[in-house]
Ligand binder design. Structure first.
Ligand code: FES
Length: 86
């Protein structure tokens, strides 16, 4: 798995390439704001500070937000080690 650091929470967790970040965080006892868990509502939108993800969303984020390195944690899987502003 990859290392995922959540800077505001002060936690670093492991997340496999086939696991969404929100689910991996919850499994590690880190409960982050979320609602639909399907990439639609935007509640889990978070700045990605370092690294890259595979994000398969359903309209919950705009292209210009993606261009500014925001991600939806519920539908993003890590492609490498990450640092996230959450
Ligand atoms: Fe709704 Fe992630 S929880 S988009």
């Amino acid at each position: 798995g990859f290392k995922v650091e959540f800077t505001r929470s002060g936690r670093t967790i492991e997340c496999d390439a086939d696991t969404a970040l929100l689910a991996a965080a919850a499994r590690a006892g880190l409960n982050l704001p979320a609602s639909c868990a399907q990439g639609m509502c935007g509640t889990c939108k978070t700045p990605l500070l370092s690294g890259s993800v595979d994000m398969q969303h359903n309209g919950g984020i705009r292209p210009r937000e993606i261009a500014r390195n925001k991600i939806l944690l519920c539908c993003s899987k890590p492609l490498e080690d990450l640092v996230i502003d959450a």
